[in-house]
Design a protein around this ligand. Sequence first.
Ligand code: SAH
Ligand code: DHB
Ligand code: MG
Length: 218
Amino acid sequence: MDDKLWAEVDNYLTSQLIKPDPVLAEARANSDAAGLPSIAVAENQGKFLNLLARFGRVRTALELGTLGGYSTIWLGRALPEDGRLLTLEANPKHAEVARANIAAAGLAGIVEVRVGAALDLLPGIDEAFDLIFIDADKNNYPEYFRWSLRLSHRGTLIIADNVVRQGKVADATTSDPLVLGVRRMHELIAAEPRVEATALQTVGIKGHDGFAVVLVTS
Ligand code: SAH
Ligand code: DHB
Ligand code: MG
């Protein structure tokens, strides 16, 4: 019912505030052409991630869930020339499309796409990142939060996408494993003394969803 209005407003805001960008448009078009699902962050959300990373002077970032590299490009552009972005993707086809899009964006030198299930790859990573974007399979969000904390330092910003799920997150009786994963992550965040967090609902071309934003404070 409201979705049409939300989409119109997203289109208006984006057309006003975000310059048309052939590289990002191509990345989205290539992903669609390759049959990837249309679930990348919206343009205004991608820029939001980019601005957060610049505001935080982020030099190193970790992303869980690359898809076609759309959010990866927004984040990669926020990093300095000697920055580094490691992004993990389980689906080899998604990773292949992402690598091509990232190269076309001129970011191949600072972005590494690693292929595998994130929970298999995370134990092999031994560094602390300035920013971590959690956007892979939602049922594993609790484990992704635990790993994010391990790969953090004081001041790391952890952002998780899709934490509202059309409002389903507030349903304490849900048996949907994706929603349960998000709810369990929120419980872990609430119980974790090393972080301070909030979450914001979003509406727009992706419907009703939201981001959690978690600052590692010690
Ligand atoms: N961050 C992207 C969207 C990611 S969609 C963007 O906004 O542009 C979620 C991605 O997570 C999909 O590409 C999916 O293949 C990947 N994924 C699903 N389960 C995974 C897992 N266990 N490990 C790593 N990636 C996974
Ligand atoms: C969906 C949206 C996402 O942003 C995501 O990361 C995964 C799935 C969806 O709408 O199904
Ligand atoms: Mg997402």
